[in-house]
Design a protein around this ligand. Structure first.
Ligand code: B12
Length: 443
């Protein structure tokens, strides 16, 4: 068979005022530009797990969400889904099937709502793809009937035996970053999280040597590649994290990852991160102060327990020369209209090199979604296209929808203004110079 892997990139947001602000504020669009064209790592893993004897081609959907015409030459097309783009993905799947092309859909969204997807795809896959995909391909090659496949019916995916993603299929497309996974999952369970936790498996780390192998493969295709670790929380295990950094250092790459604030407690790890090319860590701070975060992390209230040390923690990380992209969720149940000024004050006080603010988003399958649904607070049920992190689709508790939106516009204008961006970034370099003169005491 000829098998197409169809990725959907780009970012999504609908709120017209926020979009208008985004178009004019350089700081706001910077990260979007950097990441908007990341390739689909999930599909590159599927490619690597495809049984021999089939032709594979990687496609990107067009910027308007439509499919390239060449994809119609395939016998089977694999599409990966996130909630925000799932209606576009369903529309593509419908057109492909109408033209006689078999469609397989997997990914975070359809893993939660397989029955919804079954109306649009021949084969729907729930969970991680690597172990189950060969059976899907064999079933399709035999012309098998439409079916839902569950990864849990196959051997659990062993991250110590993951093949190398087929980066070679990307050809000469102008990606500015490439993704590699060093770990899957996260030991914490935040009620809003719609990441790898949706796929059902626990937190797992990969062998360091395999990560190095994957980075080297990317460098073969693109020697100056910037690497983005597509992890949920890289440095949970500090000893393994130090080994990882030591192994990456000789490669001479620059990289970015997502982790939690606990890295601030390990000065040796921070130094190794910097030496091995880490340029930024993205940390979900969620809210500048602890009390509001009570109950948000469901296992041991991790966020609430650590929030009072955020300011100090972020300063320590930045003092090691690693910039922090601090992420805040606006509209948490404990938030009132005061939150917007608090976030601005926190970002300036650190000062945070980068800031990302998102709107609380009830992704399907999350505890947050279930709670808001029970409380009848979802404004437009089923509007998965609003799961962008930039659109409001729930009734906030501590303010009105209008106040939340107005507050976000207010904050966007201030946080990402040239003045504030330069203030935050100059502050980072000033404090870095200072910390190099006076080593920071880290207990
Ligand atoms: C890289 C990334 C992107 C890239 C995606 C590139 C691409 N073309 O795929 C870009 C920058 C484009 C992106 C965009 C967006 N993203 Co994003 N992104 C990520 C990130 C950081 C890593 C994803 C990743 O590579 N995972 C690793 C791979 C291996 O896992 P996977 O994709 O889940 O694939 C596995 C399985 O799902 C399954 N599988 C997947 N697809 C298929 C298909 C078939 C046929 C089969 C059999 C199996 C299968 O098998 C794979 C291997 O096990 C995650 C956060 C995170 N830490 O995970 C957020 C994340 C996925 N993004 C998220 C969001 C919200 C967005 C945006 C809506 C943001 C916005 N406002 O624009 C857009 C979506 C628009 C779009 N085009 O889809 C959410 C999605 C939540 C959800 N449930 O929908 C996440 C979880 C972050 C979060 N804060 O919650 N993102």
């Amino acid at each position: 068979m000829k098998i197409g892997l169809l990725a959907m990139s780009g970012i999504r947001a609908h709120d017209p005022e926020l979009l208008a602000l985004g178009l004019t504020l350089p700081g706001f669009v910077e990260r979007s530009k950097a990441i908007a064209s990341l390739p689909s790592l999930g599909l590159l893993y599927l490619a690597a797990c495809t049984p021999p004897g089939h032709d594979l081609e990687y496609f990107e959907a067009e910027a308007d969400g439509s499919e390239p015409q060449d994809v119609y030459a395939c016998d089977l097309v694999a599409i990966s889904t996130f909630s925000a783009q799932v209606f576009e993905a369903y529309a593509i799947a419908d057109r492909l099937r109408a033209a006689g092309v078999l469609v397989a859909m997997g990914g975070l969204h359809v893993s939660v709502l397989p029955q919804e997807a079954a109306a649009h795809a021949d084969y729907v896959i729930v969970g991680e793809g690597e172990s189950v995909w060969p059976s899907v391909v064999q079933h399709a090659a035999r012309g098998g009937a439409p079916a839902v496949f569950h990864a849990s019916d196959c051997a659990a995916v062993d991250v110590a035996a993951l093949p190398m993603p087929r980066y070679d299929l990307l050809g000469r497309r102008p990606y500015n970053r490439f993704t590699v996974q060093t770990s899957r999952g996260c030991p914490w369970r935040c009620d809003f999280c719609a990441s790898t936790v949706m796929l059902g498996q626990r937190y797992r780390k990969r062998p360091v040597a395999d990560v190095v192998r994957d980075i080297e493969a990317i460098m073969d295709v693109r020697p100056d590649a910037f690497i983005e670790f597509a992890d949920d929380n890289t440095f949970v295990d500090k000893r393994w994290g130090r080994d990882l950094c030591r192994a990456i250092a000789p490669l001479g790459v620059h990289w970015f990852t997502e982790t939690d604030i606990s890295v601030a407690q390990d000065p040796e790890l921070l130094a190794l991160m910097r030496e091995s090319g880490c340029r930024q860590v993205l940390i979900g701070l969620e809210s500048p102060s602890g009390g509001i975060l009570r109950g948000v992390e469901l296992k041991s209230d991790f966020k609430c327990r650590t929030a009072d040390r955020y300011l100090e923690g972020v300063r320590r990380i930045q003092a090691a020369g690693v910039t922090v992209n601090g992420c805040f969720i606006l509209g948490l149940d404990g938030h009132t209209t005061e939150i917007f000024e608090e976030v601005l004050a926190f970002a300036r006080a650190v000062p945070l090199y980068d800031v990302q603010m998102t709107i609380m988003t009830p992704f399907p399958g999350t505890p947050l979604y279930e709670r808001l649904r029970r409380e009848n607070r979802i404004l437009q049920p089923g509007r998965w296209d609003l799961c962008t992190l930039f659109d409001v689709n729930y009734q906030p508790r501590g303010m009105s929808v209008g106040e939340l939106k107005e507050g976000i516009y207010w904050l966007t204008e201030r946080l990402y203004s040239d003045e504030c961006t330069q203030f935050r970034r100059r502050g980072f370099f000033r404090e870095l110079r200072q910390s190099r003169r006076t080593p920071v005491a880290i207990c």
